[in-house]
Every structure is written in C-alpha cells, then in structure tokens.
Design a protein around this ligand. Structure first.
Ligand SMILES: Cc1cc2nc3c(=O)[nH]c(=O)nc-3n(C[C@H](O)[C@H](O)[C@H](O)COP(=O)(O)OP(=O)(O)OC[C@H]3O[C@@H](n4cnc5c(N)ncnc54)[C@H](O)[C@@H]3O)c2cc1C
Length: 290
C-alpha cells in the first residue's frame, strides 16, 4: 500500500482516534522534576489522557496516586493503573473512592504480577474480578480500560484460552483495551478479528513502545512476551553502541508500524513513553497527529 494512502487515511480520520501516553511514577525528587518537564512537553501534543502505572504488591503505589493527582491538578486527564493481585477488596475499594473523590474518571484495571518474595495472592485472582468489582461498587462512574495481548500473555495456557479470558474480561464491563506492545501488526489485526468474532466490540488501542535502547528493549520483551522480529533484533544488535543509529532505525520502524495500524483501522495509539518526550514527539510529528 503506498505511503500516501496511509497519510491521507491518518489525516482524514485523525479526529476520531484516541491517543494516550503512559508514565511510570518517579521514585526520586529528581525523577519527579524530570517527569514534570516531560509532561509539559507532551501536553502540547494534546493526548486524550495520561496514564500512570502501578506496582503490584506495594511498590510505587503512593507514587501513582500523587502523580495522577498532580496531572489532574494541571487540568489534564489522568488515568491511574490499578493492579489487584496481592490486594484486598477493602484496599482497592479505598483507592477507588480516593480516585473518585478527586474527579478521576478513567482506570486501567489489571491483575498485575506477584512480586518475587510475596506469597499472598490476595482477594482477586484475575483482572476480570477487578472489573466486576469496580462496576459493582461504582456503576458507570469509571471508564475502565483493560490489558490485551495480541501475541498472548506469557502465562497463557493456550492462545485460545487467552482469547477466551480476554473476552470474559471485556464482557465483565470493560469500556476499552490497551495492548501490550508488539512489532507485528498482523498479530494485532488477527487478535482484534478473533475477539470481534466472539462478540467483543470495545475499542482495542495498540500499545506502542518506542525504540531507543536495544538492551532495555530486549529485557522488557523477554519479560512480557513481546516478540522482536529476527530482522529487527539482528539489525539493532548490529548497531552495537551506536545510539543515534538505533534511535533513527527505531523511529522509522515504529512510525511505519503506527501508520499500518491506523490505516488498518486501529482506534488510536497508546505510547509507553518511559517518562521521556523526544522520541514520542518525533513519532507524533511524523504521523502528523498534531
Ligand atoms: C496496557 C498495559 C498496562 C499495564 N500496566 C501495568 C501496571 O501499571 N502495573 C503492573 O503491575 N502491571 C502492568 N501491566 C502488566 C500486567 O499487569 C501483566 O501482564 C499481568 O501479568 C497480567 O495482567 P492482566 O490484567 O492482563 O491479567 P489477566 O487479564 O487477569 O490475565 C492474566 C493471565 O491469567 C489468565 N486468565 C485471565 N483470567 C482468567 C480466568 N478467569 N481464569 C483462568 N485464567 C485467567 C490470562 O489468560 C493471562 O494468562 C500492564 C500491561 C498492559 C498490557
């Protein structure tokens, strides 16, 4: 398909798409300052919302709340991630009430992963139970996002079981989904087709991981089960420590991926910013999203 087709498609349907940006809560005063500066730059792109991750089992949880409230005070829409593993109904209930009291309207509802050393699974086993809990306690107050895995969750018993679990979770009351990152658009389109055939019609927004650093990307991908295609892995490896060339290649690869996704009907894009503005801004500009 010619590039011009992609660009026309993106430009004409831009207003219907949802673009969002994800941060992690900083752990230091310096990190907090850096994130403020990053946010100021990224706010100019006018994303629909900023989401903030949440550490299952204790780590970074206060940081999520304070970061979300700061974003909200700045007049921007903030969506806390909330992972339920290792927690109780009481604790999750209190946190939801705090968010509601502060005018937060969107939650990314997750199971999370049990941190090593923690033995208590808690009162929720899977994210569908959290979705049901939020709906029971708060009706339609929150827009609930859930996670989706076009290349399947690393702990899935089978691909079919993972799809069935996603369908179950979506039907428990999710409003939309954000995917784990991936580099193969066909995996995303096949996933969407399969869940649509099973009656799920919520928007499924691709999660996009910018490429800046091969070692870090390989580590993340091994942990979360996102496949780096052989051609891309070898090309990145071949660039060694040449950071500028890695970033240039990454920009081309990710921009092209986003173009294909939007042209193929993806309802938006969710960028994993890793609390940095430049690469996401460059991709955004290349896609002519603002
Ligand atoms: C967009 C996005 C944001 C994320 N943000 C965070 C974050 O902020 N903090 C964090 O800790 N982690 C985060 N994660 C990672 C996520 O917590 C992990 O991938 C976790 O292992 C699964 O969470 P989930 O909500 O997808 O779980 P679930 O939907 O519960 O699925 C987990 C596994 O259990 C299986 N399963 C689901 N339901 C059932 C069931 N009823 N019976 C049997 N098996 C079932 C699924 O097939 C899957 O293998 C994020 C992931 C994504 C994609």
């Amino acid at each position: 398909m010619p590039v011009s087709f992609y660009m026309v498609n993106i430009m004409t349907t831009q207003s219907k798409h949802n673009f969002s940006l994800e941060f992690f809560p900083p752990k230091t005063a310096e990190g907090t300052e850096k994130l403020r500066a990053t946010r100021q730059q990224l706010a100019t792109l006018k994303p629909e919302f900023f989401s903030v991750t949440f550490g299952a089992g204790g780590t970074t949880q206060d940081g999520t709340l304070s970061t979300v409230l700061e974003i909200q005070r700045e007049g921007l829409q903030a969506a806390p991630h909330l992972s339920c593993i290792g927690s109780t109904r009481e604790k999750i209930g209190e946190l939801l009430q705090t968010y509601r009291d502060n005018g937060i309207k969107r939650i990314v509802a997750l199971r999370g992963d049990i941190p090593s050393g923690m033995v208590e699974v808690g009162e929720f086993r899977y994210a569908n139970e959290l979705v049901e809990f939020i709906r029971t306690q708060h009706g339609d107050w929150f827009h609930i996002e859930v996670a989706a895995y076009p290349e399947y969750h690393p702990q899935a018993a089978t691909a079919q079981a993972d799809i069935a679990n996603f369908v179950h979770k979506a039907k428990a009351g999710a409003d939309s989904a954000i995917t784990q990152y991936f580099f193969n658009p066909d995996a995303y389109f096949a996933f969407v087709d399969e869940v649509r055939a099973q009656g799920v019609d919520i928007p499924i927004v691709p999660g996009i991981m910018p490429i800046n650093n091969y070692t870090q990307l390989a580590r993340f991908s091994d942990a979360c089960g996102a496949e780096i295609p052989r051609w891309l892995r070898l090309k990145l490896q071949g660039l060694g420590e040449d950071t500028a060339s890695i970033k240039a290649l990454g920009l081309d690869v990710i921009t092209s991926l986003c173009e294909k996704l939007l042209a193929g009907g993806a309802p938006g894009l969710h960028f994993y910013t890793l609390n940095a503005a430049p690469t996401v801004t460059s991709i955004w500009q290349r896609l002519k999203l603002s």
